[in-house]
Design a protein around this ligand. Structure first.
Ligand code: ZN
Length: 229
């Protein structure tokens, strides 16, 4: 069932990538889970996030993947909220220091989740490391909801099986320093989609087909999470 869904998704997303309403009608709310998926495209505006070895900006790539994830969720009939749909900060003041602006931005993201009923939070990021050999998507979970680890486990497994890239990473609890994961009370995961410090993986992250695969794996994992299948 999951594989079939993933296949259908792949076809639909390729053909109706930006036509959200059409996609939404395709399954007619087949997976109405009662949850609202919040899709958080990491960074944005003055905060570019990581910069890849050949210049890929994390904030740009996370937005592209997030939009594809939104399309995939819409196709499945799952309600979503996009934290941002363009290159912007959620809260920014010229008078603030970079650090203060960063905290204000994260607080604004948290507020959206706090004001949403039954949220499930997906924060989309890219990884970076000083040594270039490290690669592979990895999922981190917030400690405040007991459902988060299960969501992270399923998402990690779905990413590994769909990307089929020999990734052996395991899902982990988010470090204490990750503000959103530690503040959110709902099921919440951060997905580090890959390392921009690895030239091959950075090239994949720039590739539209690969971006779609990432989105489909995350959406497929969510279906598994809500259906238990
Ligand atoms: Zn990031």
């Amino acid at each position: 069932m999951l594989l079939l869904t993933v296949f259908i998704l792949l076809v639909i997303i390729i053909t109706v990538n930006k036509k959200r309403e059409k996609a939404c009608a395709a399954l007619g709310g087949a997976y109405n889970s009662g949850s609202v998926v919040i899709i958080d495209a990491g960074h944005g505006g003055m905060d570019g996030g990581a910069t890849g070895v050949s210049g890929l900006l994390e904030k740009d790539c996370t937005l592209i993947i997030s939009k594809k994830l939104d399309a995939a969720m819409a196709f499945l009939g799952i309600k979503t909220i996009m934290i941002r749909t363009e290159d912007m900060s959620l809260d920014y003041s010229e008078d603030n220091t970079i650090r203060k602006n960063k905290i204000a931005d994260l607080k604004a993201r948290l507020k959206i989740a706090d004001e949403t009923e039954n949220p499930v939070f997906f924060s989309i990021h890219l990884n970076i490391f000083p040594e270039s050999q490290y690669r592979g998507a990895q999922v981190f979970y917030g400690p405040n909801s007991e459902k988060s680890a299960e969501l992270a486990d399923i998402t990690q497994k779905t990413l590994i099986s769909l990307l089929n890239d020999g990734n052996t990473r395991k899902y982990k609890k988010a470090p204490d320093s990750v503000y959103l994961m530690n503040k959110l009370s709902c099921p919440a995961v951060t997905i580090e989609c890959g390392f921009v410090s690895n030239p091959e993986e950075e090239a994949l992250l720039k590739n539209e087909g690969y971006q779609k695969k990432l989105a489909i794996a995350i959406a497929g994992g969510f279906i598994k999470y809500i259906t238990g299948k």
